[in-house]
Design a protein around this ligand. Structure first.
Ligand code: NDP
Length: 448
C-alpha cells in the first residue's frame, strides 16, 4: 500500500464518525498523489501526512446563555487550531445547528491550504457552535456571543489565532464578540476580522469573498478564451458570499438568474435585484418569499414541496455559495446536460467528490473553493495588516489587492497542475500549490 493510502486508511479509522472531514482529506490526498509519491521517503520518515491531518489543538467548550424568557440555554463551542506552520491560525466561526467537531475539522483542514494559497502568512483554523441564530432577538444573539467569547478569549489573540465570520456570523456577531474580548482581555487588538469600519474593520471585507470568487472565475474563463459578458449564471445561497458574487457578476456583464436559502430558491430571468435581495436578507433578515412578493419577474420555489433546486435552471456558469455538499452527482448531470461551461465554488466543499469528477470528465472548468473563495480570508489578512499598522486603506486599494491576489491564486493553481502533467485540473493545482508551501515550512521547523 502506498504511503498516501496508508495514511488515508488511518484517518478513516481514527475519525470514522466525521464524514465531512474524511471527504476533505480524501479529496486533497487523491490530488496530491503525484507530489507525495515523488517525495515518499522523506514525507513518510517525517510523518508529514499524519501530522497535517492531526489538529495542533482542538477546543470544545460549554456556552451557557439566557434567552428572552429567562430560560438558560446551553450550546457547544469549538475552535480547531489546525496548523500554524506559516502563520497564526486564521479561519471563521460558523453558527449553525449542524455544527459538530467533524464539520469544524473539515473546514479547518481546507483552510490550511486555502490560506497558504493566498501567499499571506496565515495558518489554518476554524471554529463555531451548534447555536442557531435564526429567530433569535438581538439581545439573545449578544448573550450567546458574549458567552462564546468569554471562553474562547483565553485561546486567541492578534498573533496567535484570529477568527472571522462564516455561516451565521456576520458584522453584528463579530461586533459583540470583539466587545467581549476587549472587556475581558483588556486589549484593543486585531483579534477578529470582519469588524465594523468604526472599530478597525477593512473596507471591502464584506464584499471580498463574493468579489474574489468572480475575479477568480473571470481569470479562469479568460485563460480558456471565454468572455463572462452575456453569460447566464446560477447562484445558490443568499448570504454574504452569494450576494456579493451576484453583484460582481452583474458588474462584469453576466446575467444572474437564481439565488436560494435553506427553504427555497428564486428564479428571476430578468436578473436578481441585488438591492432588493440585500434589503430582504441583510436588513430584514427575512425569507426569500419576501423577495418574490416584491418582484414581478421572480418565481419562488419551495425546496421541500417541489423537490427541486436552482441547478435545474439552464445556465453557463454555476456558483454554489451556500454550504457543503449542496451540489451532488444528479445536479452535476443536469447542469452538464444543460450545457454548463464552468462551476466555481463560493462555499466550502459545496460539490461532492462524485460531482466534481463528473464535471472534470465532461470538460467543465471547475474551480475548487479553497482557491476560488480565498478572497475572504485574504482580505481578512489585509485587515490584520491595517490593524497592525494602525492604518485604514481605501476601498479601491483593498479591492485592487484582492483582485491581484485572486489572479495570482488562479495562475499558481494552473501552473502547479501543469507542472505535474494535469493541465486544467484546478483542484489538483490548488491542493499542490497550497500543500508544498506548508510542508516546506513544517520540514524547516522540525518535529512539532
Ligand atoms: P451566510 O450565513 O451569510 O449565508 C449562508 C447562505 O447559505 C444562506 O442563504 C443560508 O440560508 C444558506 N444555507 C446555509 N446552510 C444551508 C443548508 N444546510 N442548506 C441550504 N442552504 C443553506 O454565510 P456565508 O455566505 O458567509 O457562507 C456561505 C459559504 O461560503 C459557507 O460554506 C462558508 O463556509 C463559505 N465561505 C464564507 C466566507 C466568508 O467570508 N463569509 C469565506 C469563504 C468561504 P438560510 O439563511 O436559510 O440558512
Amino acid at each position: 500500500m502506498s504511503y498516501v493510502d496508508e495514511v488515508l486508511e488511518l484517518v478513516k479509522k481514527k475519525n470514522s464518525n466525521e464524514p465531512e472531514f474524511i471527504q476533505a482529506v480524501t479529496e486533497v490526498f487523491e490530488s496530491l498523489k503525484p507530489v507525495i509519491e515523488a517525495n515518499e521517503e522523506l514525507y513518510k520518515r517525517e510523518a508529514i501526512l499524519e501530522r497535517i491531518t492531526e489538529p495542533e489543538r482542538q477546543l470544545k467548550f460549554r456556552v451557557p446563555w439566557v434567552d428572552d424568557k429567562g430560560q438558560v440555554r446551553v450550546n457547544t463551542g469549538y475552535r480547531v487550531q489546525f496548523n500554524s506552520a506559516i502563520g497564526p491560525y486564521k479561519g471563521g466561526i460558523r453558527l449553525h445547528p449542524s455544527v459538530n467537531i467533524g464539520i469544524i475539522k473539515f473546514l479547518g483542514f481546507e483552510q490550511i491550504f486555502k490560506n497558504s494559497l493566498t501567499s499571506l502568512p496565515i495558518g489554518g483554523g476554524k471554529g463555531g457552535s451548534d447555536f442557531d441564530p435564526k429567530g433569535k432577538s438581538d439581545r439573545e444573539i449578544m448573550a450567546f456571543c458574549q458567552s462564546f467569547m468569554t471562553e474562547l478569549c483565553k485561546y486567541i489573540g492578534a498573533d496567535t489565532d484570529v477568527p472571522a465570520g462564516d455561516i451565521g456570523t456576520g458584522a453584528r456577531e463579530i461586533g459583540y464578540m470583539f466587545g467581549q474580548y476587549k472587556r475581558i482581555r483588556g486589549l484593543y487588538e486585531g483579534v477578529l476580522t470582519g469588524k465594523g469600519l468604526s472599530y478597525g474593520g477593512s473596507l471591502a471585507r464584506t464584499e471580498a469573498t463574493g468579489y474574489g470568487l468572480l475575479y477568480f472565475t473571470d481569470e479562469m474563463l479568460k485563460s480558456n478564451g471565454i468572455d463572462i459578458k452575456g453569460k447566464t449564471v446560477a447562484v445558490s445561497g443568499a448570504g454574504n458570499v452569494a450576494i456579493y458574487a451576484i453583484q460582481k457578476a452583474q458588474q462584469l456583464g453576466a446575467n444572474v438568474v437564481t439565488c436560494s436559502d435553506s427553504t427555497g430558491w428564486i428564479y428571476d430571468p430578468e436578473g436578481i435585484d441585488v438591492a432588493l435581495l440585500k434589503e430582504v436578507k441583510e436588513v430584514k433578515r427575512a425569507r426569500l418569499t419576501e423577495y418574490a412578493a416584491a418582484r414581478k419577474s421572480a418565481v419562488y420555489h419551495d425546496k421541500a414541496a417541489e423537490g427541486t433546486n436552482q441547478w435545474t435552471i439552464k445556465c453557463d456558469i454555476a456558483l454554489p455559495c451556500a454550504t457543503q455538499n449542496e451540489l451532488n452527482i444528479d445536479d452535476a448531470k443536469t447542469l452538464v446536460a444543460n450545457g454548463v461551461i464552468a462551476v466555481a465554488e463560493g462555499a466550502n466543499m459545496p460539490t461532492t467528490i462524485e460531482a466534481t469528477k463528473y464535471f472534470q470528465e465532461n470538460g467543465v472548468l471547475f474551480a475548487p473553493g479553497k482557491a476560488s473563495n480565498a478572497g475572504g480570508v485574504a482580505t481578512s489578512a489585509l485587515e490584520m495588516s491595517q490593524n497592525s499598522e494602525r492604518l485604514s486603506w481605501s476601498f479601491d486599494e483593498v479591492d485592487a489587492k484582492l483582485k491581484s491576489i485572486m489572479v495570482n491564486i488562479f495562475h499558481n493553481a494552473d501552473n502547479a497542475a501543469k507542472k505535474y502533467g494535469m493541465a486544467g485540473n484546478y483542484v489538483a493545482g490548488a491542493n499542490i500549490a497550497g500543500f508544498e508551501k506548508v510542508v516546506d515550512a513544517m520540514l524547516a521547523q522540525g518535529v512539532c
